[in-house]
Design a protein around this ligand. Structure first.
Ligand code: FAD
Length: 286
């Protein structure tokens, strides 16, 4: 099923993001993770894509196939383009189509001195335009409620995002954030800018202090004082921080749902306990 159909049929959706294990020895654990995640009946599970190298691509596709055929949940395959040329993207799209994968989160990928960029795709919108002619995929795109770190300003951010939607993005999945006001203002800016596809907030429940420091540095998300105090207070007590992190994420999610957003995309970090706790907290709401 295409995820655009899920959003057009359902009032509120719930989806998860997972990443493929880095080592073959970890592949066994993924079944235990999927077992729990899939019992929670997400509308889809998206699978991240490591930057560069065909083994990354294979792991993503293998995991997406597992989700679809062994667990009967719809997968979304992330696909980055910065380090690939048209012939390589042709190859990926052939494999995806042959495996019955219908949904692709089309991304540029992060710039990284260790990864050689190729000339064919400069932006995610180039990949979307190219993929539009192939495989009949439903394409999702990434969006950034607090602006992408490379963006000049909010206006150019929205203009570039509009290009992405015009190039074929039917759904937008957001970067994580910890202050809902940024998301609400961003959605308003998108609607004013003529972007009318579903915009799904990405929520990451934080369960350890190192994780939050890494996330804030990596993606530039604001770290509200209220949340900083929580982390500071409980950083030496693992169980307390888990409870507090879950409560914070749940309060964000409930506020988003009250404000009629189209769904929630949960960054699970491959942690079924996190996803389970969130689902339990919104069982009668979503
Ligand atoms: P783009 O849409 O190309 O945007 C990148 C920058 O270029 C932005 O500043 C944008 O404003 C600007 N821009 C866009 N179009 C134009 C244009 N036509 N002219 C000038 N400027 C333009 N990375 C991975 O490696 N693997 C993953 O699996 C992965 N999953 C992700 C999932 C989500 C939900 C999100 C939000 C991000 C994910 N990323 C992943 C990270 C992503 O690859 C980076 O954030 C990357 O830096 C930008 O990717 P993009 O697709 O948003 O790029």
């Amino acid at each position: 099923m295409k995820i655009s159909d899920i959003y057009s049929k359902k009032k509120r959706s719930l989806s998860f993001e997972i990443f493929p294990p880095k080592k073959d020895s970890e592949l066994k654990n993924i079944d235990a993770t999927l077992e729990v995640l899939c019992q929670l009946k997400p509308d889809f599970i998206s699978v991240t894509f490591g930057a560069g190298g065909s083994s990354n691509c294979n792991r993503t596709i293998e995991l997406a196939k597992k989700i679809k055929y062994e667990y009967q949940v719809e997968p979304v395959v992330h696909l980055t383009c910065l380090s690939y040329d048209k012939a390589e993207i042709d190859e990926f799209s052939k494999v995806l189509a042959a495996e019955g994968i219908q949904n692709v989160l089309a991304l540029r990928g992060d710039k990284n001195p260790n990864i050689q960029e190729k000339e064919d795709f400069k932006h995610a919108s180039d990949l979307m335009e190219y993929l539009s002619g192939k495989g009949n995929f439903c394409m999702a795109g990434a969006c950034y409620p607090e602006c992408h770190p490379e963006s000049e300003n909010r206006v150019s951010e929205i203009r570039h995002l509009k290009k992405k939607v015009d190039a074929g993005a039917q759904v937008l999945l957001s970067q994580l954030f910890f202050d809902n006001d940024y998301f609400f203002r961003f959605v308003e800016d998108c609607r004013i800018g003529g972007i009318n596809v579903p915009i799904i907030p990405g929520i990451m429940p934080v369960i350890n202090a190192a994780q939050i420091k890494r996330m804030v540095t990596m993606c530039g998300a604001s770290f509200p004082m209220r949340f900083q105090k929580i982390i500071h207070k409980f950083e030496d007590n693992k169980e307390a921080l888990f409870d507090a992190g879950m409560s914070y994420a749940l309060s964000q999610i409930i506020d988003l749902l009250v404000n009629d957003i189209d769904g929630i995309h949960l960054y699970t970090m491959n942690n079924p306990a996190v996803a389970g706790k969130i689902c339990e907290g919104i069982r009668n709401i979503i």
